[in-house]
Design a protein around this ligand. Structure first.
Ligand code: B4P
Length: 192
């Protein structure tokens, strides 16, 4: 089993690259953003609670996302590996994820961290907001709050994996295909 984390600030291209990576490597895609948006569209209690945070550009509480990921792992016993997109975003879920994977006799193979400048992130998300219908994309103040939240709370998650020698930084600016090939080179060097 090969598990990887695609890491980076909001708008760095995690969702975009995940779609291509799961196709090439046959991994199961677990995007906490997508899982939360599904809960919101179904108007579940979890979704209603999550929405209060997401609409302000804040992170959803740890226990909510840990519970969601735990169920997703249990619901996919046949997976060849998992691609975690947008999870973990704080250190507590990072430790919880390690424990959950250990129970399945597996672990994180690599964290691929995409680096994109702040102004490019805002530009991409404002543009996506013109068509996405996402309430967290259609207001520049909320977009900037998400980026601040990333620097204050999420960026440190890379330090946690750095201690295990598992972090690789990849430039997240350039064409989608160029970035994809750079990510694949890193994965291939760990699979061979
Ligand atoms: P997410 O859904 O995870 O999404 P994201 O960070 O906004 O975007 P992503 O990096 O996937 O960018 P994308 O490929 O779409 O999070 C949304 C919210 O959910 C969070 O703010 C938080 O509230 C909550 N949440 C999610 N997970 C959580 C967790 N674990 N814990 C707590 N809360 C959580 O790309 C963005 C745009 O750029 C697209 O329009 C794309 O077309 C464009 N783009 C991509 N690559 C490009 C390139 N190379 N050049 C130009 N444009 C590019």
């Amino acid at each position: 089993m090969f598990n990887l984390i695609l890491f980076g600030p909001p708008g760095s291209g995690k969702g975009t690259q995940s779609e291509k990576l799961i196709e090439r490597y046959g991994l199961k895609h677990l995007s906490t953003g997508d899982l939360l948006r599904t809960e919101i569209s179904r108007q579940t209690l979890l979704g209603m609670e999550a929405r209060k945070f997401m609409d302000k550009g804040q992170l959803v509480p740890d226990e909510v996302v840990i519970g969601m990921i735990s169920s997703a792992l249990d619901n996919n016993p046949q997976a060849k590996g998992f691609l975690f997109d947008g999870f973990p975003r704080t250190s507590e879920p990072a430790k919880a994820l390690d424990n959950l994977l250990e129970m399945k006799n597996t672990s994180i193979g690599v964290m691929l961290a995409m680096e994109v400048s702040g102004e490019e992130l805002v530009k991409r998300l404002v543009k996506r907001g013109e068509t996405s219908g996402r309430s967290d994309d259609n207001n520049e103040q909320v977009i900037r709050a998400r980026i601040t939240e990333y620097h204050n709370k999420t960026a440190a998650v890379a330090d946690y994996y750095k201690d295990f020698g598992k972090v690789v930084y990849v430039k997240g600016e350039g064409s989608i295909d160029e970035i994809f090939e750079a990510l694949c080179r890193e994965i291939d060097s760990r699979l061979s």
